[in-house]
Write a protein that binds this ligand. Structure first.
Ligand SMILES: Nc1ncnc2c1ncn2[C@@H]1O[C@H](COP(=O)(O)OP(=O)(O)OP(=O)(O)O)[C@@H](O)[C@H]1O
Ligand SMILES: [Mg+2]
Length: 375
């Protein structure tokens, strides 16, 4: 299984893709929801704490099986209930019924009522990019968050990447468990090391190839939305400097001290630079926010280029936080999505919805865990 020779999973045909129906049961503050959505721009209005973000979170779950709030399944079950259900109908050239049931003891994932054999079968149906306040962590947070961002883009565009990543993670866990034992069996350790290096080399190559492309797109996006003339640059900072095998062998002493694998792509980072200086250290709050949005815009542009159709854009309240200049930088992305008949879900409170988006909108109101169409 090589990343190099692998193909991009194209959504059947290069037509448009949209979420035509969303079904929720006992998800967050929704007891139930059954709602059709057309393609195009969905503006979701509502007061605070009514359930706007929860809708976006459920759509994101259908595309990544994760919450963008970084929480586990238990928190998404409606208080007092035993499990949640999120389902969706995706319309592209054909139709796919996605469903996900989660409880502390069960996870059932199916496409067209058939349980999936691999996660890719589910994840390949719909792609989304989310813009939310948590994005700031891409700049301010730990390396793990940036690795996850890169891995998500690779998984969204390359069917072989997720299985590779899972294989690496499994091997790493086993190898670390072995290192906890004294003495670790050298033969078994060697077996794990070989597997780790084999997967790790492919992961690093894939990240190495992706990042210059994302960097170019993010630089353009940053120029569009920022007030200043700084250049944003994204740089791959691999933990392995030259030869994984060699560096792993050299780390034996440190491994024994820490009883864990201390070298490998699980320790990679992605550097974000503004005019060659660390953006997280030297950037202002506004610049950090612009960097985070630029990364997400780059993800959306990259997916559109690779998959041939724009991803669903989930924009949670960020327009309200942006000044007019930054907002207008986001508009071309929304415009392109509109022209390609993509789908956007954007939440806003009544006061701050961006009126420059015009009237080509489907407006919805959320109140107390219920959704209704506005005329
Ligand atoms: N597991 C849960 N069960 C029941 N209710 C929940 C659960 N998790 C969150 N909620 C509630 O859902 C409500 C809506 O949350 P949501 O984050 O969607 O609000 P919002 O409309 O996006 O508000 P804001 O404008 O403040 O961002 C909140 O009152 C929250 O406390
Ligand atoms: Mg919200």
């Amino acid at each position: 299984m090589g990343v190099q020779g692998c193909h991009v999973v194209l959504i059947k045909g290069r037509g448009r893709v949209h979420l035509a129906h969303l079904r929720l049961r006992d998800f967050r503050n929704y007891r139930f929801l059954d709602q059709d959505f057309p393609p195009g721009f969905q503006l979701i209005l509502g007061d605070n704490a009514q359930g706007k973000t929860n809708i976006l979170e459920s759509v994101y779950l259908l595309t990544t099986l994760r919450s963008f709030r970084g929480v586990g399944g238990g928190q998404m079950i409606r208080h007092g209930q035993s499990g949640y259900f999120v389902g969706g109908r995706v319309v592209s050239e054909g139709e796919q019924e996605l469903s996900l049931y989660w409880s502390p003891s069960t996870r059932q994932i199916s496409v067209n009522r058939e349980p999936v054999r691999t996660l890719n079968e589910f994840l390949g149906c719909l792609r989304a990019v989310v813009f939310c306040t948590e994005d700031l962590q891409l700049v301010k947070g730990a390396a793990r968050i940036r690795r996850r961002f890169v891995d998500l883009i690779l998984s969204q565009t390359d069917a072989a990447y997720l299985p590779l990543l899972q294989r690496y993670a499994r091997t790493l866990r086993s190898r670390n468990a072995l290192l906890k034992r004294v003495p670790a069996d050298p033969l078994v350790l060697e077996g794990f090391s070989r597997e780790l290096v084999q997967c790790g080399d492919q992961i690093m190559k894939a990240r190495q190839r992706l990042l210059p492309k994302v960097s170019a797109l993010a630089r353009l996006a940053y120029r569009r939305i920022s007030h200043d003339a700084e250049e944003l640059q994204i740089r791959y900072e691999p933990n392995v400097k030259a030869d994984f095998r060699l560096e792993l062998n050299r780390s034996r002493e440190r491994e024994q001290r820490y009883r864990a694998t201390v070298v490998g792509p699980h320790r990679d980072d992605v550097g974000l630079l503004l005019d060659d200086r660390g953006g997280a250290q030297y950037g202002s709050e506004g610049q950090k926010r612009s960097m985070a949005i630029s990364l997400k815009m780059a993800q959306a542009e990259y997916l559109t280029g690779m998959v041939g159709v724009p991803p669903v854009l989930l924009i949670d309240d960020v327009m309200g936080e942006l000044d007019v200049k930054r907002r207008s930088g986001l508009l071309p992305l929304l415009e392109r999505s509109h022209q390609a008949r993509g789908q956007v879900f954007m939440t806003c409170t009544e006061e701050n919805w961006p009126r420059e988006l015009g009237r080509r909108l489907h407006r919805w109101r959320v109140a107390e865990g219920g959704l209704s169409a506005l005329a």
